[in-house]
Design a protein around this ligand. Structure first.
Ligand code: ADP
Ligand code: MG
Length: 475
């Protein structure tokens, strides 16, 4: 019997491979290294204690059969556990495995090494009591590339997403960071990439998770003293998609753990896809080293869709729902709701719902009522308080200064601008605006509005103030 440890292990692996799912083989057997063979005892090295326990729990019979085939009925197996106690600084040592474990190829000597409780800690997605070896991708199949309509506003992000789907980990878009405002399709696109990869590469492990849930799992793992298991779980993912990473702001523990997981995945050619509601430069309370990682790949922005794209999104939605609406109504809705695709869809859904509940035809009148509700809802957020806050921040003064009785020119101008915008953006009366902005009367407010109108004609610098503030108040 002159076979080397490598041959023995190779033969074991090919036997095992024939008997389990390719994904499971890849996850649980490829990382194993063979260490030593003496007589009938084979030593293998596994990456962590968790790994060892998992093998014992799920594959002991298979391992036994494989080994007995190679080394005869007296075959035995020992494990060496390579623990990662600090990152990047690996220390291998032999775990003191109790003798009953060491004889694990004789199943009659093995006491059940795991309770299902320990299990539930390992894969944070596993529902207690349910054994689930395959990692569920958590993807929503309804979010696909097919129904992610293309337009100028999303072309870069969409095609980068497609490139990544064709060759996950194999492009320079790693990580791919998709950013943009609320309701512009970040989550949809992130899922679409995952769904597409799963279709093209069924053997790859894809995982979608929101940054919030990731944070929660991480906190739980600390409480349960299983931080390493948490990290290990994420390190075996091939394509990791984390949605809304701005949620990591100010959470240094989570950022730290993510940083290490990210590095591990990146070094091993795995793909990372992130979404955020801000560009990396605008992210606050995110550690510099993490921000610099975000910039390694590609940051692609989703912008507000142009009119044409809005029309096709609405038409597509109607088509999928099997509803027909006159073109002028579609155009009206697409013209009125500009900055948020979720709201655009919401308006269409209410339109359909209203008409079917009340057995009404979908008319332009109904469309106007519904759009008004959506548009008003966003307008209501601009209050006089908010306007004063924005204006005083813009001129770097306190609200109390803005409201004070002083005649200093720049303060007077700031106050007049606040009044002007209060008139423009709220339904408040002149008297009510006056009383809220420094206890002035309605005539003062009227005068302020006229002055702002005049100055924006005659004074270039002043016009810039008006434009800047207008923009700040309308986004
Ligand atoms: P975000 O995550 O950026 O807030 P979502 O991905 O949740 O936005 O998108 C909001 C809604 O708009 C979803 O229903 C999504 O399907 C839809 N949507 C966004 N972009 C597109 C697009 N390009 N084509 C079709 N539907 C879109
Ligand atoms: Mg989202």
């Amino acid at each position: 019997m002159n076979s080397t440890k490598t041959d023995v292990w190779k033969n074991c692996l090919s036997f095992i491979k024939d008997n389990i799912q390719p994904q499971a083989f890849k996850t649980w057997f490829e990382p194993i290294e063979v260490v030593k063979l003496s007589e009938n005892v084979l030593s293998i090295q596994v990456p962590s204690k968790f790994f060892y326990e998992w093998l014992e729990e799920h594959y002991v019979t298979l391992l036994k059969s494989a080994l007995v085939k190679q080394l005869g009925p007296e075959a035995r197996l020992t494990y060496v556990i390579k623990m990662e106690n600090t990152f990047g600084n690996k220390k291998a040592f032999t775990e003191n495995i109790p003798s009953n474990y060491r004889d694990s190829v004789k199943p009659q000597n093995v006491s059940a090494p795991l309770t299902s409780k320990v299990h539930e800690l390992k894969n944070p997605f596993v529902i207690p009591g349910i054994r689930n070896l395959e990692i569920e991708s958590q993807l929503n199949p309804n979010y696909s590339f097919d129904n992610f309509l293309e337009g100028d506003s999303n072309r870069l992000a969409r095609s980068a997403g497609l490139a990544v789907s064709n060759k996950p980990g194999g492009t320079s878009f790693n990580p791919l960071l998709i950013y943009g405002g609320v309701g512009l399709g970040k989550t949809h696109l992130a899922h679409a990439i995952g769904v597409e990869i799963k279709e093209k590469y069924p053997d790859k492990t894809v995982l979608y998770i929101s940054a919030e849930k990731f944070t929660q799992q991480y906190i739980d793992s600390i409480k349960k003293n299983s931080r390493n298991d948490f990290i290990h779980f994420y390190q075996i993912i091939d394509i990791l998609i984390i949605d809304d990473v701005q949620f990591f702001s100010g959470k240094s523990g989570t950022q730290d753990v993510f940083f290490h997981i990210f590095n591990h995945l990146h070094q091993n050619g795995k793909q990372v896809i992130l979404t955020s509601d801000k560009a990396p430069v605008d992210m606050q309370d995110i550690e510099q080293r993490l921000l610099s990682r975000f910039k390694w790949g590609l940051s692609a922005e989703l912008q507000s869709p142009d009119y044409e794209t809005r029309i096709s999104i609405v038409k597509n939605k109607l088509f999928r729902d099997g509803v027909e609406i006159e073109n002028n109504i579609i155009e009206y809705v697409a013209k009125s709701i500009k900055t948020n695709i979720r709201e655009l869809e919401g308006a269409i859904i209410s339109l359909i719902a209203q008409s079917s509940f009340n057995k009404m035809e979908i008319t332009i009148q109904l469309a106007q009522d519904i759009v008004n509700k959506f548009v008003k809802n966003t307008k209501r957020e601009v209050s006089i308080d908010y306007i004063q806050k924005v204006v005083s921040e813009y001129f770097q003064m306190d609200i109390s200064t803005l409201q004070s009785k002083t005649r200093k020119r720049h303060i007077v101008q700031a106050r007049q601008l606040a009044m002007y915008f209060a008139k423009k953006f709220t339904k408040a009366s002149l008297a009510s605006i006056g009383s809220q902005i420094g206890k002035r009367d309605h005539a003062t407010v009227l005068h302020a509005c006229k002055t702002v109108d005049n100055l924006s004609f005659t004074d270039k610098q002043f016009r810039k103030y008006v434009e800047d503030l207008n923009q700040k108040l309308t986004v």
